[in-house]
Design a protein around this ligand. Structure first.
Ligand SMILES: Cc1cc2nc3c(=O)[nH]c(=O)nc-3n(C[C@H](O)[C@H](O)[C@H](O)COP(=O)(O)O)c2cc1C
Length: 239
């Protein structure tokens, strides 16, 4: 079971990173292998709408050979994907929206007699802001993703308005932990295993994950002090 975390923030120590890392940790506890990428780690060219051409050329893995393609290939291999974004004007960040547009090449395989490559993938959405727009931002993400064929588990969204202190927002943190658990449980069910899709309240687990994430983001705090802003590509298992 592979769960990919996609960060939509330029800050790997920010609020959306904190909740994403928490969700990935709970996915690991449930048995998933996880990986993390940031849409700010390379260039993601804007979609040029090949789908509208008379002879459509929009098919996986996309005509652009850029960092967007690297992420698209990781999405294609994942069983589950957790998106976490800062709220920028009631919406996901620009590069994350660009990635969503580029994901058309996965969905548009239906035009080539295949299923959408997003069909059956389990997705969750996390959004972090300072004051408003959480449900709109998560709502946008899950609407686009389910329209590509993805499946949203119960309690599949989480949002906080505590900005860089989102990790201290107990409700949002528990929601994010549940996203990791429920995305993975849903993958298990689709693979024929039995699992119960219920929301858990577990203060001990919450404190354990909070402590670990606070320690992990220290790595990025140090990178920011070193002025490389955590942009070095590392796998989740090494943080
Ligand atoms: C361009 C821009 C637009 C923003 N718009 C909103 C908004 O609509 N709603 C909100 O709650 N916060 C908004 N914020 C605040 C950010 O969402 C907030 O700083 C958040 O902590 C960023 O997440 P991060 O820490 O993961 O980077 C905005 C910030 C920026 C830079």
């Amino acid at each position: 079971m592979k769960v990919l975390g996609i960060l939509g923030s330029p800050y790997k120590n920010g609020g959306s990173a904190q909740l994403l890392f928490s969700a990935l940790k709970s996915a690991e506890i449930e048995g998933a292998k996880t990986e993390f990428v940031s849409v700010y780690d390379g260039e993601i060219k804007a979609c040029i709408g090949c789908i509208q051409d008379e002879e459509p050329g929009c098919k996986f893995p996309c005509i652009f050979d850029d960092y967007g393609k690297v992420i698209l290939e990781k999405i294609n291999l994942a069983d589950g994907i957790i998106f976490s974004t800062p709220i920028y004007w009631f919406a996901p960040s620009g590069p994350l929206k660009t990635l969503i547009d580029r994901m058309t090449c996965l969905e548009n395989m239906v035009s080539y007699g295949e299923s959408s490559y997003m069909e059956g993938k389990i997705v969750g959405a996390i959004a972090v802001g300072a004051d408003a727009g959480g449900p709109w931002t998560c709502g946008y993400l899950i609407t686009a993703l389910t329209s590509m064929g993805a499946i949203i588990p119960p309690w599949g969204i989480a949002y906080s308005y505590k900005g860089k202190n989102a990790i201290q927002d107990d409700k949002a943190l528990m929601d994010a932990i549940n996203i990791g658990l429920l995305v993975t449980k849903m993958i298990k069910i689709l693979k024929g295993e039995s699992s119960i899709l219920t929301y858990i309240e577990d203060k001990k687990l919450l404190e354990k994950i909070r402590k670990e994430v606070l320690k992990d983001i220290q790595y990025f705090e140090n990178s920011i002090k070193d002025k490389n802003y955590g942009r070095k590509t590392i796998s989740r298992s090494s943080i």
